[in-house]
Design a binder for this molecule. Sequence first.
Ligand SMILES: *Cc1c(COP(=O)(O)O)cnc(C)c1O
Length: 367
Amino acid sequence: MRVPFADLKAQYDSIKKEIDHAFGQVLASSSFIGGKFVAAFEQEFAAYLGTKHCIGCANGTDAIEILLHAFGIGEGDEVIVPALTWISTAEAVNNTGATPVFIDIHPDTYTIDPLLIAGKITARTKAIIPVHLFGQAADMEEITRVAHQHNLIVIEDCAQSHGALYKNKITGTLAHAATFSFYPGKNLGAYGDAGAMVTNDDRIAEKARMIANHGQKEKHDHRLIGRNSRLDGLQAAVLSVKLRYLDRWNEARVVHAALYNSLLHDLPVKKPVTVPDRKHVFHLYVIECGYRDARAKLLEKDGIQTAVHYPRPLPFTDAYKHLNIPEHEFPVSLAACSRILSLPMYAELDKEKITYTCSCLARHIHV
Ligand SMILES: *Cc1c(COP(=O)(O)O)cnc(C)c1O
């Protein structure tokens, strides 16, 4: 049997009529950049989250950088980010001229460990960017508490958490502002690059919208030096169709995760820990096991695609090695990186594929 890691074609097949119709409408109206399809999606996504503003942009990395700019963060400032995340979270900080300050993760949720934040706050610290990694919310209450004590901005990186809940509140509404990526493989994905910024703050929303569109308030009224980072009509139209399915697809992921959990129950692997006050949307289903690389290779021979998110904590990638951070500063991230393995996860996955994956893994562990 072949079990792909993700299957975007299966998803397209399930909504083909609606997508093709939506594409046709955009083509017929030539609303390629901005326009009514972008405005409609921005409104729909803001309504889905319950935020006042949603501003579409080119991708989830730009979303972080633009929001940091909008909050006035740049040269000379420090921004706290988790050591284990996709590089965008830190890269966007560098690209504003500010410096990312890495914090180790909690071993169960893989999200930033809030108890370690206070120790890294300096006079230059301006913001914290928690990442709701793998689809589960970070410990927002503790993060908000430290942020409040030190007067810091909090921007949620929701690139992996569309629809995830924290104490019954949806991620993206738990801080000053939040960013989303709609990279095709995310829980809500476009058919190309796309992203968004959300906030209830009128001033930040206005500034972010200007920055993303050449600093313009109205056409040719350049109020500041901005950039070009816009959502296009085709992507917005795809996202409007898919947003209607997001909750259903997330539910399917939760059901698949429960089946994985029960089939892996007796194996010596660490299953994802779901904190009771959170709703995990399983962007990724990540286990931990020994001999990870060897087992991933054996699974590949069985036709099962797996992945590692991520092989190295960011401070130890070549991009950040100039910081000369000693390994002992990030023991939890380092230990996790040698053991984590992401198993196939997508809404269209089925019982047979999950059962086959778990029985192959059991066979490799027991020989
Ligand atoms: C995917 C991702 C991003 C950025 O997304 P792009 O749209 O690819 O720029 C940012 N942060 C995290 C945690 C991500 O997983």
